[in-house]
Design a protein around this ligand. Structure first.
Ligand code: FES
Length: 102
């Protein structure tokens, strides 16, 4: 897996996320939640569509369609109607730029 450039570190404020695509066409959601940079597959395990339009609440990713909550650190599906966990990815900051390995 390659390191993909996301954005400048100071462009991603707490409680927000960016979505990038890897070379296989998979979308990865990179978030800053409670001060921590975290990344998961941008695909809700309930309907396999992305989290665009969703939000982060109390450090958890909330699906915009039926409200399932996912742990951004582990990818664990925490509330129905999603029951399957989603993949997570490493994130780093180098010289003020955020990268995700996906
Ligand atoms: S599509 Fe995400 S909870 Fe239903």
């Amino acid at each position: 897996m390659l390191w993909i450039q996301v954005c400048k570190d100071d462009e991603l404020v707490d409680g927000q996320f960016r979505i990038v695509e890897n070379e296989d066409g998979d979308e990865v959601l990179v978030a800053r939640a409670e001060g921590e940079l975290l990344a998961v597959l941008n695909e809700c395990s309930h309907d396999r569509r992305g989290f665009d339009g969703g939000c982060i609440e109390a450090g958890l990713l909330v699906c915009p369609r039926h409200g399932a909550r996912f742990c951004l650190r582990t990818g664990k599906a925490l509330t129905p109607p999603a029951y399957t966990d989603i993949a997570t990815f490493p994130v780093k900051v180098e010289k003020g730029i955020i990268y995700v390995q996906a």
